[in-house]
Design a protein around this ligand. Structure first.
Ligand SMILES: NC(=O)c1ccc[n+]([C@@H]2O[C@H](COP(=O)([O-])OP(=O)(O)OC[C@H]3O[C@@H](n4cnc5c(N)ncnc54)[C@H](OP(=O)(O)O)[C@@H]3O)[C@@H](O)[C@H]2O)c1
Length: 186
């Protein structure tokens, strides 16, 4: 299903454990970093193709905090909007591309659409859930990592409304990863 006319489409692209977690309870993603490091050269699990389809990123404050721990800022000059109700500090080196917003998802998406954006990458568990609740996610790519973490930060949760999905594609990746792309049914 495509986005409503006039608003950018919104896409999520996340890695999940078999039991549905996107990070350990303390937010660490060492289990993902290990898998990424073990991937055959040139295999990025479709991330490069995906990121080439978006023109801005919306992420939650916690995901931004994780991204800041990576050696180099991973998003280049792509505009990044960090969602936070309480506000967060943006390092001076990123001030040209990263801004914070406390707007509701629909308000932010509408503003970014008016600014000319056509497709947004929405990232972070709470953030993806708030976009799903607002009926704003259009497609969702989940890469299941063959590990059961037992506990951690979940992608989904009981508070979510039912969301009907339509299968887009299924892909088996090296190291036992399975990637499924869904479109949200309207
Ligand atoms: N496995 C993966 O593919 C993957 C992908 C992304 C992230 N992660 C990991 O997942 C963890 C983060 O997930 P998370 O669920 O804890 O958090 P998150 O979505 O990254 O951040 C949550 C925070 O974002 C702000 N926020 C979210 N929705 C908002 C809204 N509608 N309006 C205003 N502010 C909003 C709030 O910040 P305030 O408290 O400031 O209001 C909230 O506390 C990190 O460890 C990250 O590394 C993993």
């Amino acid at each position: 299903m495509t986005a409503a006319p006039g608003r950018p489409s919104c896409a999520a692209f996340l890695a999940v454990s078999v039991d549905g977690f996107i990070a350990r309870e303390d937010g660490s993603v060492d289990w993902l970093n290990e898998i990424n490091a073990a991937m055959p050269p040139g295999e990025d699990g479709g991330y490069g193709d995906f990121i080439a389809t978006v023109d801005a990123i919306v992420m939650g404050r916690h995901t931004f905090a994780t991204a800041l721990t990576f050696g180099a800022w991973p998003y280049g000059t792509m505009p990044v909007h960090v969602l936070s109700r309480r506000g967060t500090t943006i390092p001076a080196a990123l001030a040209g591309t990263v801004t914070t917003s406390g707007e509701a998802p629909a308000t932010l998406v509408s503003r970014l659409g008016a600014a000319g954006h056509r497709r947004l990458y929405v990232d972070g568990g709470a953030t993806v859930r708030s976009f799903l609740e607002a009926g704003l996610i259009d497609d969702l790519t989940l890469t299941t990592i063959p590990v059961i973490l037992g506990q951690g930060i979940p992608l989904f949760g009981a508070a979510l409304p039912e969301v009907a999905l339509e299968l887009g594609a299924v892909r088996e990746l090296p190291l036992g990863l399975v990637q499924v792309r869904y479109r949200v049914r309207r």
